[in-house]
Ligand binder design. Structure first.
Ligand SMILES: NC(=O)c1ccc[n+]([C@@H]2O[C@H](COP(=O)([O-])OP(=O)(O)OC[C@H]3O[C@@H](n4cnc5c(N)ncnc54)[C@H](O)[C@@H]3O)[C@@H](O)[C@H]2O)c1
Length: 356
């Protein structure tokens, strides 16, 4: 029998390079349906590798990687890294972990389990199959730093029992585990200490400066600045981070490397720039200073520059424009897909009333 499948049934994928068997790697990305992980998936797929995404969809979404579903080089597994995983891979990018304060504080015990048991499971897998593992660590390992900017030699200033400890200490012990597996078992590890990152597919409602301002500007609401707005922040665009992660994975640097953008801007500068890029009529509204709002956060990226030849290249305005476009499409998508529940007719129970 001959079946004709019209072309509109066959899915179109973004173009991927062809790699020979020798150069093509089998790559696992845990947390690959999240913000950073999905961009990393795009890069590695387009570079021609075989990518397996493992995600429990706590903060990630199928929508972030749906454009690859069905591709012969791609696999999506709904799995929690707290449970062991047995697959054959050459490289593991271990990103699974909630990343923003509201998400990681939502269930601190689960955050701890993901970063500890989850990391042990992935290191166990790396040991078993001889894979190299890159841990997505964070600038939060430096805690409330007493040194500016922070370089990789700084040990940090973390409160082990504070509200952020489940994440900060979780990532710190995850780093410790990497080096224990390296020393004791010879597992090849890479540790990226990631600083603030923004871009499309970032979470819209987790209270970060960039997402807050973009949403407020797009919706014509006032842009809320806490204090005078003279506090500074530094953000890297997600494609810069992804390039850094891939360079680090394929380098021979096993010690931790900072990946971030050292270019600082005041909060007020961000507010004004976003307002003008959105061409928004929103006002800037000053509110009283937030508690524990750090005055400065800035990475020292000399090591990445020197040893990886890496530095951020995407100009802030360009990154913001792409993110603004994404947010406005998302707002449209939400407006068109609002689920409005229909009122249910009251149901009469038959028989005797039951105690549930
Ligand atoms: N975005 C940043 O600015 C930033 C800064 C520093 C570090 N990082 C690190 O980078 C990584 C990715 O962050 P992101 O911003 O993409 O966050 P994200 O929340 O978008 O992605 C995390 C992904 O991990 C998944 N996940 C969480 N717990 C899991 C579990 N137990 N099992 C399987 N999957 C699980 C989530 O569903 C999500 O898809 C995280 O490890 C984070 O700590 C991010």
């Amino acid at each position: 029998l001959f079946f004709y499948i019209p072309s509109f049934f066959s899915q179109k994928y973004p173009p991927v390079k062809f790699l020979s068997e020798k150069d093509r790697k089998r790559i696992l990305i845990t947390g690959g349906a999240g913000f950073v992980g999905s961009h990393l998936t795009d890069k590695l797929m387009m570079d021609g590798h075989e990518v397996t995404v493992v995600d429990n969809f706590f903060t990630g979404r199928k929508r972030n990687v749906e454009h690859w579903i069905g591709h012969e080089n791609f696999e999506l597994i709904n799995h929690d890294v707290v449970e062991p995983l047995y697959i054959e891979v050459d490289q593991i990018y271990h990103l699974a972990s909630p990343a923003s304060p509201p998400n990681y504080m939502y269930n601190p015990i689960k955050t701890l389990k993901t970063n500890t048991i989850g990391t042990l499971n992935m290191l166990g897998l790396a040991k078993r199959v001889g894979a190299r593992l890159l841990l997505a660590s964070t600038s939060e390992v430096y805690g409330d730093p007493e040194v500016h900017p922070q370089n990789e030699e700084y040990w940090g200033h973390v409160n082990p029992i504070g509200p952020r400890a489940c994440y900060d200490e979780g990532k710190r012990v995850a780093e410790t585990m990497c080096y224990a597996y390296m020393k004791q078992e010879g597992v090849e590890v890479r540790v990226a200490r990631i600083f603030n990152t923004f871009g499309s597919r970032m979470h819209m409602n987790d209270g970060r400066v960039v997402s807050n301002f973009i949403l407020q500007a797009l919706q014509g609401e006032p842009l809320t600045v806490y204090g005078t707005g003279s506090q500074t922040r530094a953000f890297q665009y997600v494609s810069d981070l992804v390039n850094g992660l891939v360079l680090l994975m394929n380098s021979n640097i096993s010690s931790p490397v900072n990946l971030g953008n050292p270019e600082e801007h005041t909060i007020l500068e961000f507010a004004r720039l976003i307002k003008s890029l959105v061409v928004s009529q929103s006002q800037i509204q000053f509110l009283s200073e937030a508690q524990d709002d750090p005055q400065r956060r800035r990475p020292d990226i000399r090591k990445a520059r020197m040893m990886l030849g890496w530095e951020p290249v995407v100009p802030l305005e360009e990154g913001l424009n792409k993110t603004i476009q994404y947010f406005s499409r998302e707002l449209e998508h939400q407006a068109n897909n609002q689920y409005i529940p229909k009122p249910k007719a009251a149901r009469m129970k038959k028989g005797r009333p039951r105690h549930n």
